[in-house]
Write a protein that binds this ligand. Structure first.
Ligand code: AP5
Length: 247
């Protein structure tokens, strides 16, 4: 991948943290973020999308937004999807693919994008190939963030999210300035329903069974970049940029 090195920009980091200075990489770049639940994909997607002026498409966020709809406005497929999600199970491919197809029209070859939480099954990966081909687009890299399970559970069980602006906090690693309140929009933070221990176990198993095999698939295509997710979000972010520049 050819990347511009040396340009420096100051990134206003989320959740009121100190600004960090990062190298500016050349865009457009089209990425998939892989990794188990809670590894920090959403956190890195937010940082990367600001730095790359990239569109961030998260299937989890799209589904959670549907929860705010009046139940009468939800299609039967979306109502069923929300139940799968609450349990920690994967939503059926047909529902996810219909949602992604709608949102892919907002992506363009000239603009960077990050797909976060999609694809998550081999069937979704093949469907993504076809969707991108039809739009004359292709992926530049697939980042797989990696972290031991005990650290993942710590991250998930302490996560708090803003239902309004989607900012993500952690009770100890990334606390909001005022306890329980979003730094950005002042809304009351919540714990996601699927961040409770019973759902966390189901999500980790779903990842191992369905999503982990995607790393091998993208490795065979020469697209996979494995990145350790240890350390602070800023450290993981710096590592991601560095690897994207030289990969
Ligand atoms: P989704 O919303 O995609 O959830 P996920 O993949 O389980 O990932 P998470 O959002 O839980 O974690 P993350 O890796 O983004 O971590 P985060 O940055 O928040 O999907 C939810 C559900 O929707 C699925 O279970 C499924 O039901 C359904 N679904 C979605 N897409 C689907 C698809 N394609 N097919 C089928 N079903 C689908 O970080 C976690 C915590 O750690 C935060 O508190 C954060 O502040 C903290 N943190 C982050 N980085 C660090 C760090 N470096 N150090 C310390 N703390 C950190």
């Amino acid at each position: 991948m050819q990347r511009n090195k040396g340009q420096v920009t100051t990134l206003p980091y989320l959740a009121g943290q100190p600004e960090v200075v990062v190298p500016q990489v050349q865009s457009p770049i089209h990425l998939v973020l892989l990794g188990p639940p809670g590894v920090g994909k959403g956190t890195q997607a937010e940082l990367l999308s600001r730095n790359l002026a990239a569109r961030h498409l998260s299937t989890g966020d799209i589904l959670r937004s549907a929860r705010n709809l009046d139940p009468n406005e939800r299609s039967p497929a979306i109502s069923a999807a929300l139940k799968y999600m609450q349990r920690g199970d994967l939503v059926p491919d047909s529902t996810i693919l219909a949602l992604v197809e709608e949102h892919l029209d907002y992506l363009s070859v000239e603009q960077s994008f990050l797909l976060d939480g999609f694809p998550r099954t081999v069937g979704q990966a093949w469907a993504l190939d076809r969707m991108l081909e039809r739009r004359d687009m292709k992926l530049d890299a697939v980042i797989s963030y990696e972290l031991p399970v005990d650290r993942i559970v710590q991250r998930l069980s302490g996560r708090r999210t803003c239902p309004a602006c989607k900012s993500v906090f952690h009770i100890s690693a990334r606390p909001p300035r005022k306890r329980g309140v979003c730094d950005h929009c002042g809304s009351r933070l919540i714990q996601r329903e699927d961040d409770r221990p019973v759902s966390i176990r189901v999500r980790l198993a779903a990842y191992e069974d369905n999503t982990a095999p995607l790393a091998e698939l993208y490795a065979r295509r020469g697209l996979l970049v494995r990145i350790p997710a240890e350390g602070s979000p800023e450290e993981v972010f710096g590592r991601s940029l560095e690897i994207l520049q030289v990969a």
